[in-house]
Design a binder for this molecule. Structure first.
Ligand code: HEM
Length: 415
């Protein structure tokens, strides 16, 4: 039975909403499933909240990813898209382009993310995970966002791209500035993105003289073999892999562990299963964590290039459309017991990685990191508990992503 939905229209984008947006999304799904609203940035956009409409919109070729199609021209002021990307001249990446350019650029990187290539990465991710836990295991307490969920994907992506170990802490600093979402010094995000771009261009030059088997070397080889990848496209590709693969994975580990700590019976099932050396519940469990409280709350911006209808509502040309993945993934029309965390859920075609031609290219790597991080932590620190009242925890304020700012935990120290 779907749960009852509150009767008055809830306020969106308040702090209360950020802490638990699901009741508001339930209201929208029921009363205004394709809803035009003004975002905190002042930009007007349509929110799509039902599962069937969300799938249709994500795969609809009339919705472009190119911000130049926005009739409001807000992209010129950086109010749509990734903060800092326009100022740093990093716009020509997968999440801002349509076919045929999208098809060409996506083909170039898809080889790096086959399940087989990603499986080769497993020992390295395991080593990183253990090293991070070693750093706090003797203390008996930790902030799992800053000390665990945050550094793991940064180092993993740096390895994948081929960023030398001695430069990886710079990346960690820039990435840290990017996810503060305007809370840092004024212009901090734009400055961090610019620094990242200069570094990436310099790295591309260095690698050209000394190619390895990392992803940046692969892009250089492809461009040297007639694939017409400009240097700026290569830098934008490296940037989007970092951007798309970083905060998302932080949130999978953070939101996932938080959901497990708040659902002790499910956590025990998983912990026991992992202790027996099984992988099945871990695999379905990570998919369920992606559905239940996924890292990407809204899919990235789309713009109507032709008139279209979503859920019976006409969308004018030039209007932005935001598909609310978090709402679609709790649609009772598609998911039984939609608000229940069920790690063994079998029928689970969630939209946490998107759908259609922009479906997450890094999904195999994200699954590997999420599964190893959660399994290793529960195995090494089996009596892990939340060391704060859930109501006191703060959520980061970005529009697209959903993630905790901190996750304090306690456990028996392991000297
Ligand atoms: C749990 C972690 C992750 C989640 C939940 C996630 C989610 C998503 C979603 C929802 C999209 C589609 C966005 C849209 O259509 O608007 C997407 C696209 C993308 N993701 Fe991920 N992602 C994750 C991890 C990663 C990782 C680790 C990488 C790479 C290192 C990555 C690289 C990308 C790229 C490059 C795209 C754009 C693909 C395209 O436009 O063709 N993601 N991701």
């Amino acid at each position: 039975m779907p749960e009852p939905v509150e009767s008055t229209q809830p306020e969106l984008f308040t702090w209360e909403f950020a802490a638990d947006p699901y009741p508001a999304y339930a209201w929208l799904r029921e009363h205004a499933p394709v809803h035009r609203t003004t975002l905190p940035s002042g930009v007007d956009a349509w929110l799509v909240t039902r599962y069937a409409d969300a799938r249709q919109a994500l795969a609809d070729g009339r919705l472009s990813k190119n911000p130049a199609h926005h009739s409001g021209q807000a992209h010129r002021s950086g109010r749509v898209g990734i903060p800092g990307e326009r100022q740093a001249d990093l716009m020509t990446h997968l999440l801002n382009i349509d076919p045929p350019d999208h098809t060409r650029l996506r083909r170039l990187v898809s080889k790096a993310f086959t399940p087989r290539r990603v499986a080769e990465f497993e020992p390295r991710v395991q080593h990183l995970t253990d090293r991070l836990i070693d750093d706090f295991a003797a203390r008996g307490s930790a902030d799992l966002i800053h000390e665990f969920a945050f550094p793991l994907p940064i180092y993993a992506i740096c390895d994948l791209l081929g960023v030398p170990p001695e430069d990886q802490d710079d990346f960690r600093d820039w990435a840290g500035m990017m996810i503060r979402h305007g809370r840092g010094p004024r212009g901090g995000v734009a400055r961090a993105v610019k620094k990242m771009r200069s570094y990436l261009l310099e790295l591309i030059h260095r690698k050209r003289a000394d190619l390895g088997d990392d992803l940046i070397s692969g892009l250089i080889r492809a461009s040297d073999h007639g694939e017409h990848l400009t240097e700026n496209e290569a830098a934008a590709m490296a940037f989007i892999l970092l951007f798309a693969g970083f905060e998302t994975t932080v949130n999978l580990i953070g939101n996932g562990l938080y959901a497990l700590l708040r659902n002790p019976a499910q956590r025990t099932l998983l912990q026991d299963s992992v202790a027996r050396g099984e992988r099945e519940l871990l695999a379905t469990g990570v998919e369920e964590l992606l559905r239940y409280d996924g890292p990407v709350e809204l899919a990235t911006w789309r713009f109507a290039t032709r008139p279209l209808t979503i859920g019976g509502v006409d969308i004018p040309v030039g209007d932005p459309v935001l598909v609310v993945l978090a709402a679609a993934d709790r649609d009772p029309a598609r998911f039984a017991a939609e608000n229940t965390l069920d790690l063994a859920r079998k029928d689970n075609p969630h939209l946490g990685f998107g759908h259609g031609i922009h479906y997450c290219i890094g999904a195999p790597l994200a699954r590997l990191e999420g599964q190893l991080a959660i399994a290793t932590l529960l195995t090494r620190l089996p009596d892990l508990t939340l060391a704060a009242e859930p109501e006191s925890l703060r959520w980061r304020g970005g529009l697209i992503m959903r993630g905790l700012r901190e996750l304090p935990v306690a456990f028996s120290a392991h000297p």
